[in-house]
Design a protein around this ligand. Structure first.
Ligand code: SME
Length: 199
């Protein structure tokens, strides 16, 4: 018997990826609300304002969905789309089998899959349980280069019930790309992700 989905006359149901929320409603097409519409940031707006917008957008993306992989995937896409001068944005999660980090959802070039705690910028952020702000990766002893273009990096630990469950990692080809305002903004966003997802 031919399975239903293979039958020539079978039309799969259309599943629309539509979840309108005010902050990112598509204004360009009347009557059409897309789930996510990238909006250009006012160049005069400061980082605090940008991170405020990102917090609203992230909450919108997480609304009604607690799957950690899905939420981390959309979060990395949001950051890669909205933050300027990035060449990698994504996650490493703690792997219970090895006790080290393993790569999670990300945007950018393929990356190293596993990083031991204490190694590289990511493993150091886990070992020291603090955000690593690295203006020049070449000056960071033990930096692991996944993309030769990376010059600056910020790694924010994901903390749940006082356990480090992974890290958010952003790379930039621009020296000194990240500062304390990025740290504050990204730490807030990471907390929203952890709070809104079942890890
Ligand atoms: N540079 C990181 C490795 C991960 S990649 O940047 C995606 C590190 O030193 O831990």
């Amino acid at each position: 018997m031919i399975p239903k989905w293979r039958h020539a006359s079978y039309e799969p149901p259309l599943v629309e990826c539509v979840r309108p929320f005010p902050e990112v409603r598509d204004q360009s097409t009347p009557g059409k609300d897309t789930m996510y519409q990238s909006v250009a940031t006012d160049p005069a707006a400061g980082k605090a304002e940008l991170y405020g917008e990102l917090a609203s957008q992230l909450k919108g993306l997480l609304a009604g969905e607690r799957n950690a992989i899905a939420n981390a995937a959309n979060f990395s896409a949001l950051l890669f789309d909205r933050l300027p001068d990035l060449n990698w944005a994504g996650f490493y999660f703690m792997d219970r089998m090895t006790g080290g980090l393993v790569v999670g959802p990300f945007q950018g070039k393929p990356a190293c899959v596993r990083i031991a705690v204490g190694r590289g910028v990511c493993g150091t952020a886990v070992a020291e349980r603090r955000t690593m702000l690295v203006p020049d990766v070449h000056a960071f002893p033990g930096h692991i280069a996944c993309d030769a273009a990376s010059r600056a990096e910020i790694v924010v630990p994901l903390v749940q019930n006082s356990d480090v469950i992974g890290v958010l990692d952003l790379d930039s080809p621009m020296l000194g790309r990240f500062d304390r305002e990025d740290q504050t903004g990204l730490e807030r966003l990471a907390a929203i992700l952890v709070e809104g997802s079942d890890f």
